[in-house]
Design a binder for this molecule. Structure first.
Ligand SMILES: [Zn+2]
Length: 145
């Protein structure tokens, strides 16, 4: 194909996303059907990647994701939640045992405290659930990228 020479000149611009939409589409279509230009494109892309010069619009987001998904940050997050849950359950158990067995405390006060605690527990569980769902969605989004 005579087109190859023209396309090869555009490949660099294509990788840097400097082409018009029309030209980019032209290059993309040609690369898909031409093995030698595809090889040129892939070589150039590999070089760019090695040099760390690839600038995607979602670069900052990807960086943030990387930081958030870092093993240390992830582990700290999980440990934090586990400590919070253990602490909350332990405290509420102790509090329930000492508070609800007090004969001096009137029943209406016990019921009131119980309602507050159940409400807080419900809110806490709903936040936890949202977090777990968000994590699943993140995973899905990462796969798509
Ligand atoms: Zn070609």
């Amino acid at each position: 194909m005579n087109q190859c020479h023209d396309i090869e000149e555009l490949i660099s611009g294509y990788i840097d996303q400097e082409l018009t939409q029309q030209k980019a589409q032209q290059v993309r279509r040609h690369i898909e059907s031409c093995d030698s230009c595809k090889a040129v494109y892939e070589d150039l892309l590999a070089i760019r990647k090695e040099m760390g010069q690839l600038q995607y619009p979602e670069c900052e987001e990807a960086k943030l994701n990387k930081i958030m998904n870092e093993p240390v940050a992830k582990t700290l997050g999980v440990v934090g939640w586990i400590m919070l849950i253990i602490g909350l359950v332990g405290f509420m158990g102790w509090q329930a045992f000492t508070f609800f067995t007090q004969p001096v405390v009137p029943t209406w006060a016990k019921i009131g405290v119980l309602l507050i605690e159940l409400g807080a527990l419900g809110l806490f569980l709903s936040v936890l659930r949202q977090r777990l769902i968000a994590r699943k969605t993140d995973k899905y989004r990462n796969v798509k990228l």
